[in-house]
Write a protein that binds this ligand. Structure first.
Ligand code: SF4
Ligand code: SF4
Length: 247
C-alpha cells in the first residue's frame, strides 16, 4: 500500500502522525536557547601590511605574541559586562604605506613605518623625480639643489626611493606611533605619541596601554581604550616609558 493510498484510506492515522509531529516541534521550539546578540570572539589585534625592515607575518606574530603575553584578551573579557563588541576590543594596526591605508590613526595603537629624508652631498642631476613623487608637493629647488619643507614632510620616503643619484637619502628610519584612535559613531584620530621613533619603543607602549586598561578601564558596556585615554591623557604612557628607560 502506497503512502497515497494510506492517506486516503486511513485519514485518522495521518492526522495523528502530523499532530504528534506538531506537538514535538512546538515543544522543541520552546526549549531553544537564543541570544539577541550572540557572543562572538573578535580578534584582538589587527595587523595589516608592513613596516620597513620586517615582513607582515613577522610583525603580526611578534605583536600578537606580545599581546598574548600581556593577557589583553583575558583582561578585556573580564572587563566586558556581557558581549565584547568590535569597538571595545584592542586593535593594533601597522602600516608601511605613505597613505596609511590601514587606518592606523583610527586604531587603539597605530604604527606607521616612516623614514626621514635628508639631502646628501651627492650631485643632483635635476631630473625632478623626487618632486613628482612627493604627493604633498613640498620639494622645491634652490641653486640646483632640492629643498624639503621638513615641517610638513610626512616622512613617507617616496622621494628617497625615486632619487637615482642618492642626493636624497635616509636620515633615520623608524615608526610614527599613535594611541587612542577609534572608529564608528564617535570616531577619533589617535594622539601622535611619536612622529619618528625606534621600533623598539612599540613594546613598552603596548605594555603601558595594557596596564592602563587593566587598572582604569571601567566595566561598562560603553568604555574603551579611546575614551580611557581621553580621561587620563597620554601621560601614563610616557611615565611608563620613562620608568623603563625608553625616553
Ligand atoms: S618624505 Fe614624502 S612627504 Fe617628505 S619630502 Fe619626501 S616624498 Fe615628500
Ligand atoms: S630625484 Fe634626486 S637627482 Fe633627481 S632632482 Fe630629485 S634630488 Fe635631484
Amino acid at each position: 500500500m502506497s503512502i497515497t493510498e494510506i492517506s486516503i484510506k486511513r485519514p485518522t492515522l495521518i492526522i495523528v502522525v502530523f499532530a504528534v509531529l506538531a506537538i514535538l516541534g512546538i515543544n522543541s521550539y520552546t526549549k531553544l536557547n537564543y541570544e539577541l546578540i550572540p557572543k562572538l570572539d573578535f580578534p584582538v589585534v589587527t595587523v595589516i601590511t608592513v613596516y620597513p625592515g620586517a615582513s607582515a607575518n613577522e610583525v603580526e606574530s611578534s605583536l600578537t605574541k606580545k599581546l598574548e603575553e600581556l593577557k589583553i584578551t583575558e583582561i578585556l573579557a573580564d572587563k566586558a559586562c556581557e558581549v565584547l563588541m568590535p569597538h571595545s576590543v584592542f586593535t593594533v594596526s601597522i602600516s608601511g604605506c605613505g597613505n596609511i591605508c590601514t587606518g592606523a590613526e583610527s586604531k587603539d595603537i597605530g604604527i606607521h613605518g616612516v623614514g626621514k629624508p635628508k639631502i646628501t652631498d651627492k650631485e643632483c642631476i635635476q631630473c625632478k623625480k623626487c618632486a613628482h613623487a612627493c604627493l604633498d608637493r613640498i620639494i622645491s629647488f634652490e641653486e640646483g639643489r632640492p629643498v624639503i619643507n621638513e615641517d610638513i614632510c610626512r616622512l613617507c620616503g617616496n622621494c628617497i626611493q625615486v632619487c637615482p643619484t642618492g642626493t636624497i637619502g635616509f636620515e633615520k628610519k623608524g615608526c610614527r606611533i599613535m594611541a587612542g584612535g577609534t572608529f564608528g559613531r564617535f570616531a577619533k584620530y589617535g594622539t601622535e605619541l611619536f612622529r619618528l621613533t625606534d621600533t623598539d619603543t612599540i613594546y613598552p607602549i603596548l605594555e603601558a596601554s595594557v596596564n592602563l586598561i587593566k587598572d582604569n578601564l571601567s566595566e561598562t558596556y560603553e568604555d574603551n581604550f579611546s575614551l580611557l585615554m581621553h580621561r587620563t591623557g597620554i601621560s601614563p604612557i610616557f611615565e611608563h616609558l620613562s620608568r623603563v628607560g625608553k625616553i
